[in-house]
Design a binder for this molecule. Structure first.
Ligand SMILES: [Zn+2]
Length: 440
């Protein structure tokens, strides 16, 4: 490619990177080296190759980022094609990350996108450590929380001081229908995903412990039939098809039986359809706006040419076009980023292990999914409960109906909790209320 072409190709970027301006950050120095740095060195990971991911890869590639990686475990479906524009009909069934990478590499000269067709949990610390920044275009809160935990675990503290070089910025975009948000997270410095966990809308999925043991909502009954009863009874000898009325009817009848059993009202056929199909509407233009914001923030962070978003931008196109930006705050005792051990108050001396697990799943600031609990009891390492390994689940199941006191857990004991929402083990300190007058 001729140097003249290269020069013209990036002429607009040069105007931003080679001149000073009123919005430049104080540490910005206009220079031709800025563009060189962007083109040659800056390494960015895009998480998710769906609606946001396609937009992000296209934007970044056209803005001069050349060392891009993309990670996604999903394969392409017909219903993706209206907005995930890097995919064609012939690509149905192929990995999203792979097809997206190939498309960009063929279309944008000099850009090198590397695909990882796997889930984010399959990659280790050393993988994530390689990047200058990470941009998330995910529809899963669990995956976001896990990634957030991963970046926090990469932080290096020396004598209590955070080593700034260990901070890998996380730019997070999210959309749902006509609403979206974008945020810039500097792990250890600015509010993290867990700091603002209670901002997330009510969960679409429910903790297994609740749907199995203490259903309260019609949705819990439907989830129970979908997740537990269907695989067990396998009524149609196949996986659930949300578009097959026979399937929906079967689930409707079974979840209705369960709702009656637990005295739960409000279960309708329509609700069954909604829960089974797990419908999250996708609007292409919302994705385009949020991805544009995220890519712009990536460019600003990479070049220092302008101050970063501080730190949470909200978009609402439901009724007109509305957007605002505000500064979310760090939570002093954030479980993920504060390094302050979290205390859990146990008010009832007859609190059972199951009650504690329910609490971890239901509290808005914890929202765990299937916590595994261990503790050092009387000097011995003890697994209290673990759901994900069937043999251990069977052995520890009886603990669920025991009280914490029967299990040897005393005031001040530290319980280690592992969960899919974080790559790290979390330590919770149990505090038993002293003024429990009803104890026997
Ligand atoms: Zn935090």
């Amino acid at each position: 490619m001729s140097s003249d072409h290269t020069h013209r190709r990036w002429s607009n970027l040069r105007k931003v990177l080679e001149r000073s301006g009123p919005f430049c950050r104080p540490d910005f120095e206009p220079s031709s080296e800025n563009l060189q740095m962007l083109l040659e060195h800056c390494k960015v990971l895009v998480v998710g190759a769906g609606g946001l991911g396609c937009e992000l890869l296209k934007n970044l590639a056209l803005m001069g980022f050349r060392h891009l990686h993309v990670i996604d475990m999903d394969t392409i479906e017909l219903s993706n094609l209206n907005r995930q524009f890097l995919f064609r009909h012939k690509d149905i069934g192929s990995y999203k990350a792979e097809v997206a990478a190939k498309f960009i590499n063929a279309r944008v000269p000099g850009c090198n996108v590397i695909a990882h067709n796997c889930e984010i949990q399959a990659k280790s610390e050393s993988f994530y450590q390689e990047f200058h920044m990470i941009i998330c275009g995910l529809d899963s809160i669990v995956a976001r929380r896990w990634l957030n935990g991963m970046l926090l675990s990469l932080l290096v503290y020396e004598n209590g001081e955070l080593d700034q070089a260990s901070v890998i910025p996380l730019i997070d975009g999210g959309t749902e229908g006509f609403k979206g948000n974008a945020r810039v997270i500097l792990p250890g410095l600015s509010p993290c995903i867990e700091c603002t966990l209670d901002l997330y809308p009510p969960q679409v999925t429910y903790p297994l412990c609740t749907i199995a043991n203490t259903p309260r909502l019609p949705e819990h009954c439907i989830e129970y039939v979908k997740v537990i009863q269907w695989p067990k009874e396998n009524p149609f000898d196949c996986a659930i098809d949300g578009d097959d009325p026979h399937h929906i009817n079967w689930i409707y009848e079974k979840s209705n039986e369960r709702a009656v059993q637990f005295g739960i009202q409000g279960l309708t056929y329509r609700l069954v359809q909604g829960v089974v199909k797990n419908i999250i509407p996708a609007v292409a233009s919302t994705n385009a706006v949020i991805a544009a914001v995220c890519a712009t923030e990536a460019f600003k962070l990479a070049t220092s040419c302008s101050a970063s978003l501080n730190n949470y931008m909200v978009l609402n196109n439901v009724d007109g076009v509305y957007t605002y930006t505000y500064e979310a705050e760090r939570k002093d005792d954030c479980l993920a980023c504060s390094q302050v051990p979290r205390e859990i108050e146990i008010k009832d001396s007859k609190c059972k292990l199951q009650n504690l697990i329910d609490l971890l799943c239901e509290r808005p600031d914890l929202q765990m999914k299937s916590p595994a609990l261990t503790a050092i009891v009387d000097g011995k390492y003890k697994t209290l409960y673990m759901q994900i390994v069937p043999s251990i689940e069977e052995k520890t199941r009886e603990n669920l109906s025991k009280t914490l006191i029967e299990l040897g857990l005393k005031d001040g004991i530290e319980v280690n909790v592992a969960d899919v929402t974080t790559p790290n083990t979390i330590t919770l300190k149990l505090r038993f209320s002293q003024d429990d007058s009803v104890s026997q």
